[in-house]
Write a protein that binds this ligand. Sequence first.
Ligand code: FUB
Length: 478
Amino acid sequence: MNPSNMNAKYPHHCLAFILTAASVVFSSNCYALNPIIQTIYTADPAPMVHDGVCYLYVDHDENKLVNNFFTMKDWRCFTSTDMVNWTDHGVVASLHNFKWAASGWGGGFENGAWALQTIERDGKWYMYCPLQGRGIGVLVSTKGPFGPFTDPIGKPLIGAKYDSIDPTVFIDDDGQAYLCWGNPRCWYVKLNQDMISYDTSSGDHGLVVQDMTVEAFGKRSKEDPKRPTSYEEGPWLYKRNKLYYLFFAGGPISEHLGYSTGSSPTGPWKYGGVVLPAEGRSFTDHPGVVDYKGHTYLFYHNGALPGGGGFHRSVCVDEMKFNPDGSIVQMTMTKEGAAPVATLNPYQRVEAETIAWESGVKTAKNANVGVYVTGINDGDYIKVCSVDFGDTGAAKFMASVAGTTEGGAIELRLDDPAGKLIGTLNVKATGSPDKWETQSCDVNGAKGVHNLVLKFTGGNGPLFNFDWWKFEYPTIEK
Ligand code: FUB
């Protein structure tokens, strides 16, 4: 969505709750800590739950803007099993996955990777990606949620002229799949079983515009001839207790999040109200809603990170609650985020890029080890929440590190960066930033559930790269 003064420049897109018995929240003083990703700017969250894991697909606002507008080249994925610690899987697709990205208005391969959504069907992952100004494409992976993704049709699934941004995909209980999208109008198609084509028997060769009425989407507080209702963009389809929900970003800007409900995935819709009022620093917002481990979560974005704003956004998560009639309890953006729904096991390999909160570090990806933590300097830290050391407690810490600098260390502290020191790993140089060695140190005093802070100390300038860590129990003498 564009700020109003950009409309002429970018004509295509002027742009009583129920807690189930199954739900458990682990007591901890650590919540999701919004925004949940701090290493880069992320936007337009698209969560997906599969096999007990919450996958979060996002687009990515580049630090350096072109033409003082959205500058977005790729799509990324993060995962969590507890809603507080998020593992970075790096870039999973980019404009280069679409040969046709080069053609037409939108910035070629250099720009326009806008709000996506991914869904699994019969062991294949389908990613619906808008290429701003060029239409909506679809990618498929047969190998898993991180790809590799390929373009099976070699052209847009939805052409450029249908308000074609912000796809949401939904498979109903009867197996019928729907793709819904659009700014300023909300459109849908019924996807065929193959998920890469659609039923062309109704609407404009299969493309149907929803009834954009005030009853369906609420009255806009400021008159706009192109947008009579509060619907702006960013639809998200969701179903709960046989009731269908269409969440959306509502105008005028700065956007808020609103919702409508209906008896089918294509409406007719009845406006439900505001879910999340506007924040202000980011003039857009974008909903993503999933059920996970007995709770329902609303993902959204704002401009809360340092340097944040309309083109430098960050994804957040908070728990959503419902009234007994299915209406939604209005929310506010929080700094605390969601409570943990599981603990983290420190006795199995944990990727260093599993982070609840960090200060100063970056992530990178290479063919050798995948994603790792880099840009580590004296005083930086990574906080991991709700770590269960158990009753016996840990005796040893191991980390896979690589680098050429001597003098760096990983201090292991409980709860906070200044919390109790349970061990220090003095990291030895390995000879190269991509020559990885497992190094270890003794640990004392880590028992029970705590937040763990990996605090990096020593030296001047970048210290070492960091791929994974784990703790070990004491060895039992026989
Ligand atoms: O991220 C680019 C655009 O901004 C998205 O397509 C909209 O939903 C808004 O968030």
